[in-house]
Each structure stands twice: as structure tokens, then as C-alpha cells.
Write a protein that binds this ligand. Structure first.
Ligand code: AMP
Ligand code: ZN
Length: 485
């Protein structure tokens, strides 16, 4: 347990850094809004889970027993966050003439594959929205009398029934002034939102359930309030999501939580259901390839297909602070890959000399203390990476102890530095038809020719590889022996 530096985290609700004080001593309970599984996640979505993973790993490093829940939204999320449009899953099912359950299963698996590829730890629970229908109805029944009203289209939450509505967003008043066009007839206030959406006459839905308000489906915001409260208990410690959720989804969850817990003003943060609300900023891409509606969008598999190891993307995320916008570019990804490779090479040199010691040893204490300060400063991963660089260049220290220091930091960074091999980081597009074993064999023959000073033979072998698109790289300590052109 390391508790030298107090853990400071930025609370979006109060807009300041706060010292983490667990609700239950020694424990940390975290809920992260999960994906809506109507399509593949893009790499921006995955930034949200890299952030939540680093937060979870940090809480574990600080000695808290972590309970992390991530939900899977398989119903209720409309094409517009503000109550308009179609259910994203119903729409995808129609477009693909597939069962909605198959769509959800397929994209959930794809999301989990990305989770594993990015070395994101498994949460204690993946909560699936459609498995919580009875609890959602129960929750809605409890808050309905004092906080909701019924319209033909469903049951709506009256935002004027709770104090401080929109504190998290601090923007709903502005939105009102702009006179947002409200697509739902009869709502008392444009920001009122659906708790339960009735299936309208003539509409066919694949997913619908009976409720006191008629057959229909739950609202998206209701799901997260119900699952977080059920699995972690109100108040729990930390609720996370991308910064877009700070505007509508989370203010609405908070309003529901206030109604459910019969608490009021948000001057006591825990009245919102969670002590801390944390949000990662966006990954942005100028040409719009992150839009899921564009044909080829930026999913993790695209990076892998182009030959990049997925942990290069994790490194790219770690180099930036989670509250800063991060711009994606292939050059940036390449630079992150090079940085990762440099670390992996330095670690490989150590593992060739020694096994990791059971503890880092006193020489590393100042570095580990700075590492603790940096990660405890609202997860300053970019500073942690520089401390790691400093450890790796230390001279005249025991290799095993150095490895133990690296392992301690990597437990938070999650770059898998002790297991990753440099050769798997080689950029290798899937479309390239090459036989690595054959290339290695030619390189061995070339080495022998050079050793025998038969330069004509050695050049001929290099040309043979060049004809296959393989460039031989001599004398570049950071390069590979070969790469694909
Ligand atoms: P969704 O599947 O749309 O509910 O989004 C899953 C998660 O990704 C949510 O926490 C979003 O706030 C987050 N998110 C969406 N777009 C981005 C982005 N470009 N960069 C970072 N996080 C994002
Ligand atoms: Zn949510």
C-alpha cells in the first residue's frame, strides 16, 4: 500500500481537485458508462475506458479494494441524447435485417476484444441493461409520484422537481435561452426527459416490456442510475464517462439519483449518487473518420490492420492528460509506438540479465515517490512516463531491482512492459503477404555472407528482400533489423 501522496482527483461537479475520501474505508467503488452496442466502438470511445482503467489501477496501487462496474447499453439510447430520434439498436437491427439481440451480442464481443487488446483490466461486473428491467421499473415507480408526469409518449422526469438541476453541465440555462426545438409534444420543460418510452400505436419494436405506463422501453439515463445504485450502493465513490456525458446523460442520472435517494441540493456532492464525477476529454480527428456513419471509421482494428500494435494507442492516450483534448494522427501514433518500443527494448535488456527482484530497493525510493506524486495528481500519466524514462537510464543499479521498479509503475500504466516483445511491435500491415520465418532465414544467410566478407552475396540477399518490399535496416539501434516499406 502506498499512501505517501494524497490522491487528488478532479470533480466535474465542483470543478475542482478534491482529495479522494472513500465512502467505505479501504474500498473504492467506480461506475463507468459503457458503450451502446449498435456498432463498433471507435478509438475515441476506447479512450474513455483507457482512462477508467488507469483510474482503477491507480486506486488499486493506492491500496483500495476496487469494485469497478462498466455497463453495456443494449436498449434505450436514442440517436439523439436529448430524447429525440430512434433507439440506436432498433435502427441498426432494421438496417441489417437482424435480430437486435444478435446485433448487441456481436458488438459487445467486438468491444470486449478492444478492451483486451488495450490491456484494460476486466471490471468486477459488466452490467447489461436489458438484464435490469424489473429493477428499472421498481426505481421508476418509486420516483414517479413526486418527480414524473405521464404523456401519451411515456413517463417523463420533471427537472424542476429537484434542486440544482444541471449543476454538472452548467449549460442548461443557456440551452433554454437558445430556444432548443423540442421534439416531444407536451413536455413541461425542454430538458425534461423520458424515464419510460411507450411503444406508439403502429410502431414495432423488437425489445419491449410491460410496465405500469404501458408496453415500451426504459430511458437510457434510467439504466445507469439503476445499475450503479444496485451494484455499488448510493452514494458510491466515482462515476466516469466521456465529457459529452457531462452535458445531458449525467445531469439526468444525477436528478434521478436525487429523486430516488430523497436528497436535495448538490452542495453535498454525495447527494448526486456519487462523490466524484470524472470525465475524460475527447479524442479528436479533423477529417471526421471517427464518425460511425462514415464508411471506414477509426476503430482499433483499423490501426491493427495497418500494422500498429494496439498498445501504441494506449501509449498515445497516456502521453496526454485525460482532461485534455487529444488529436489523433498517424504520425502521433507512430511516435507513440517508437516510445513504447524504446521502453520495451530497455526492459528486454534488463530481463536478459536478471529476473525481477521482489522489491525495487532503496535506490529507487525517490523515483517511486515522484511517481506516486504524479499519478496522485489527478492521474498525471505523462509525468509518470518521464519518471519511468529516468529509472530506465539509471546506471550501476541492480537489474532485478530496476525491473521491480518498472513493474510497479507499469502496474498503473498497463503497457505490459515486462511481457511485450519488441518483434511484435514491428509495423506489419495485415495485407502484406510475407513469411517472417523466411525473412529471418535470409537475414541469417546475409549475416554469414558479411562475416565472410562476401559483400556481393550479402547485397544480392538484401536486394532479394527489397523485391518483396522488405527493407533491411543496418545500424539503427532503435530500428528493427528489417521493416516493410
Ligand atoms: P457511447 O457508446 O456513445 O455511449 O460512448 C462510449 C463512451 O465513449 C462514453 O463514455 C462517451 O462519453 C465516450 N466518447 C465518445 N466519443 C468520444 C471521443 N471522441 N473521445 C473520447 N471519449 C469519447
Ligand atoms: Zn451511463
Amino acid at each position: 500500500m502506498s499512501d505517501a501522496a494524497p490522491l487528488q482527483l478532479f470533480n466535474s461537479l465542483t470543478r475542482r481537485l478534491e482529495t479522494f475520501e472513500p465512502v467505505h474505508p479501504g474500498e473504492a467503488r467506480v461506475y463507468s458508462c459503457g458503450p451502446t452496442v449498435y456498432n463498433y466502438p471507435h478509438i475515441g470511445n476506447m479512450r474513455a475506458y483507457v482512462f477508467a482503467d488507469v483510474l482503477g489501477r491507480t486506486l488499486s496501487f493506492k491500496g483500495y479494494k476496487l469494485t469497478h462496474v462498466i455497463n453495456i447499453t443494449d436498449v434505450g439510447h436514442l440517436t439523439d441524447d436529448a430524447d429525440a430520434g430512434e433507439d440506436k439498436l432498433e435502427k441498426a437491427a432494421k438496417a441489417n435485417a437482424q435480430s437486435i439481440w444478435d446485433i448487441a451480442a456481436h458488438y459487445t464481443e467486438a468491444y470486449w476484444a478492444d478492451i483486451r487488446a488495450l490491456n484494460i483490466r476486466q471490471p468486477a461486473e459488466w452490467s447489461i441493461a436489458t438484464q435490469y428491467l424489473p429493477q428499472m421499473i421498481e426505481f421508476a415507480e418509486r420516483i414517479a409520484p413526486a418527480h414524473c408526469y405521464e404523456l401519451e409518449s411515456g413517463l417523463y422526469f420533471d427537472i424542476s422537481s429537484v434542486a440544482d438541476y444541471g449543476r454538472l453541465a452548467r449549460s442548461h440555462e443557456e440551452a433554454d435561452q437558445e430556444g432548443r426545438i423540442d421534439p416531444v409534444a407536451g413536455k413541461r420543460h425542454p430538458a425534461d426527459f423520458a424515464i419510460w418510452r411507450k411503444t406508439s400505436p403502429g410502431e414495432t419494436r423488437q425489445m419491449e416490456w410491460d410496465s405500469p405506463w404501458g408496453r415500451g422501453a426504459p430511458g437510457w439515463h434510467l439504466e445507469c442510475s439503476v445499475m450503479s445504485g444496485q451494484l455499488l450502493g448510493f452514494p458510491f465513490d466515482i462515476h466516469t464517462g466521456g465529457i459529452d456525458h457531462r452535458e445531458i446523460h449525467h445531469p439526468n442520472e444525477i436528478a434521478q439519483n436525487q429523486a430516488f435517494c430523497c436528497t436535495n441540493g448538490l452542495d453535498v456532492p454525495a447527494n448526486s449518487g456519487a462523490n466524484l464525477w470524472m470525465h475524460n476529454n475527447f479524442l479528436v480527428e479533423r477529417s471526421g473518420k471517427m464518425s460511425k456513419s462514415s464508411g471506414e471509421f477509426l476503430r482499433l482494428q483499423l490501426l491493427i490492420d495497418k500494422g500498429y500494435h494496439p498498445l501504441a494507442y494506449r501509449m498515445m492516450c497516456l502521453q496526454a492528460h485525460y482532461r485534455s483534448e487529444l488529436e489523433f494522427s498517424w504520425e502521433g501514433l507512430g511516435a507513440a509506438l517508437t516510445r513504447l518500443k524504446r521502453l520495451v527494448m530497455a526492459v528486454a535488456q534488463l530481463t536478459s540479465q536478471a529476473a525481477p527482484a521482489s522489491a525495487p530497493g532503496a535506490k529507487f525510493a525517490p523515483h517511486l515517490a515522484r511517481f506516486d506524486v504524479a499519478i496522485s495528481d489527478d492521474l498525471n500519466t505523462s509525468v509518470v512516463l518521464t519518471v519511468l524514462d529516468e529509472v530506465l537510464v539509471m546506471k550501476k543499479v541492480d537489474a532485478g531491482e530496476k525491473l521491480a521498479a518498472v513493474a510497479a509503475m507499469d502496474a498503473v500504466l498497463g503497457l505490459d512492459l515486462l511481457a511485450l516483445e519488441r518483434s511484435v511491435l514491428r509495423i506489419r500491415p495485415v495485407a502484406a503477404a510475407i513469411d517472417e520465418a523466411e525473412i529471418e532465414a535470409v537475414l541469417v544467410a546475409r549475416k554469414e555472407a558479411r562475416a565472410a566478407k562476401d559483400f556481393a552475396a550479402s547485397d544480392a540477399l538484401r536486394d532479394k528482400l527489397a523485391a518483396q518490399g522488405v527493407e533491411v535496416m543496418d545500424g539503427d539501434p532503435l530500428g528493427w533489423e528489417w521493416r516493410l516499406e
